[in-house]
Ligand binder design. Structure first.
Ligand code: GTP
Ligand code: MG
Length: 296
């Protein structure tokens, strides 16, 4: 059988996690319309006919403003070397700019076969796609270029086929029933964070982290206590909302998804806590699971 590791790289919000979920056919990585949704390295395992591909979803590479952002970039950079194939995902509806230059300057993808995925072609003009193709062909002449609409799974089958052609003969690294390397606590944290990202606007989502204090399982139920960490008092008020309406909505939406994920009834209690400037605090970054070296 063929098998190997594939890193999914790119700027924030280009559709990396959507590609992973589309290929795995299961939501292993959260997706929102906000930049910097993914904050960790997340493995998703594709089990095909005589092929196993371990995809590594990564945080979007961006010019960092806090230590958290640096750690997120480092997670992405560090996955690009020890893989069999790199996928560089590009938003085809946007023209090539500073953010793309920043990525190419900082990311070392020279020595590994590269597939450039021009995603969101549903939102791009044919002429714009051609300009991007010419640009990437000039910059990275060895790379294979594929156009996709990840949201509709368009051309993801072609992407799998193209990756498989690059892969060596290898072992089955993961058992067939395993689709991700992330555990229950991680998935629960991410479900809650996704709801916060979706319900809150602009700056606040970047300032939050989720901490799962406790999970108690019985056969039919799970009792979960989790804390939404914010950076400032003012953000605490925003998360809670007038008459606690917003936190209730976050809790309701998260509970429904966690119930689907665990397959049992869930009681979810959410608290909000201010932890000033946690995004620049090494110890707190580690506590909340955002230190690059801890991901390896
Ligand atoms: N129109 C269109 N939207 C897409 C497509 N693929 C993904 N999206 C949307 O783009 C947004 C970002 O998708 P994500 O998968 O979270 O992007 P990401 O690259 O993982 O983002 P980060 O985790 O922040 O780095 C979401 O709103 C998706 O629904 C596509 O092919 N077409
Ligand atoms: Mg993502």
């Amino acid at each position: 059988m063929k098998s190997g590791f594939v890193s999914i790289l790119g700027r924030p919000n280009v559709g990396k996690s959507t590609i992973l979920n589309g290929i795995i056919n299961k939501k292993v990585s959260i997706v929102t319309d906000k930049s910097q949704t993914t904050r960790n390295v997340i493995r998703g395992i594709y089990h095909g006919d005589d092929v196993q591909i371990i995809f590594i979803d990564t945080p979007g590479i961006h010019k960092p403003h806090a230590k958290l952002g640096q750690e997120m970039n480092n997670m992405a950079y560090s996955t690009a070397h020890d893989v069999d194939v790199n996928i560089l995902v590009v938003d085809a509806s946007k023209s090539f700019g500073e953010g793309d230059e920043y990525l190419l300057e900082h990311l070392d993808i020279k020595n590994v076969p590269l597939i450039i995925v021009l995603n969101k072609i549903d939102e791009a003009r044919i002429t714009e796609v051609q300009v991007l193709k010419d640009k990437y062909h000039e910059l990275l002449p060895e790379a294979v270029i594929i156009e996709t609409v990840a949201k509709e799974k368009f051309n993801l089958d072609l992407l799998i086929k193209t990756i498989t052609d690059f892969l060596p003969e290898g072992p089955e690294y993961y058992p067939v029933d395993m689709v991700t390397d992330k555990d229950e606590v991680f998935q629960i944290k991410e479900i809650i964070r996704e709801k916060v990202l979706k319900i809150l606007k602009e700056e606040v989502p970047h300032s939050i982290a989720i901490y799962v204090n406790n999970i108690e399982h019985t056969k039919k139920e799970a009792h979960i206590l989790a804390t939404i960490i914010v950076e400032k008092d003012s953000q605490k008020g925003i998360v809670i909302g007038a008459g606690a309406k917003r936190i209730k909505l976050i809790g309701q939406k998260a509970r429904m998804d966690i119930e689907r994920y665990l397959g049992k009834h869930v009681y979810l209690e959410l608290r909000v806590k201010v932890q000033e400037d946690w995004r620049n605090d090494e110890d707190l970054l580690e506590k909340y699971g955002y230190k690059a070296k801890k991901q390896q």
